[in-house]
Design a protein around this ligand. Structure first.
Ligand code: SME
Length: 163
């Protein structure tokens, strides 16, 4: 078995390839969630949430492309969940044991750990990449680096194609 670092180098190249061929952000997000779920064996649920800012409504994280079981959390207000915490702070949140984090909104009883990484466009949070694992402490520094890399690639893609 390759180390997480070696595997993550390969996966980053595959992500670069997806980014160079994807015609839309939707296609890139779908490719990324599929790739991360297939290649990183502990990434059991992988999905994007996109920040919706409708006039007169509180901002909301809305479920985008994902792989894994359907989640009850299709719309998350910014003051709820690990997802809300990452979007509000603009910082990656890694939770090694979701059951001991009072912010955690459960998606599956099998989930043990979670990472949420914000996606930025021109310095503003526009969404986030959320990954759940059935294994406790599944997300070490190399995983964090890989997931942040993916979020940056999507952010750059959106910057290029979004007005
Ligand atoms: N666990 C997340 C909610 C999203 S589901 O995991 C897919 C949270 O606490 O914000």
């Amino acid at each position: 078995m390759p180390t997480v670092a070696a595997k993550s180098q390969l996966v980053k190249k595959e992500i670069d390839h997806l980014a160079s061929t994807a015609l839309t952000a939707e296609e890139l997000m779908q490719g990324m969630v599929r790739k991360l779920n297939e290649r990183m064996l502990k990434y059991n649920w992988v999905g994007f949430y996109l920040l919706e800012n409708s006039p007169g409504q509180p901002p909301m994280l809305v479920l985008g492309p994902f792989v894994g079981a359907m989640t009850p959390h299709t719309r998350i207000p910014l003051n709820q969940g690990i997802c809300g915490a990452a979007a509000t702070s603009g910082k990656t949140v890694v939770v090694h044991d979701v059951n001991s984090d009072p912010r955690y909104l459960a998606c599956s009883i099998e989930t043990k750990s979670e990472i949420v990484v914000p996606v930025f466009v021109r310095g503003k949070v526009v969404g986030e990449l959320d990954i759940d694992s059935h294994f406790p402490s599944a997300f070490g520094p190399e995983d964090q680096e890989l997931v942040e890399y993916c979020a940056r690639v999507l952010g750059k893609h959106l910057e290029k194609f979004r007005q």
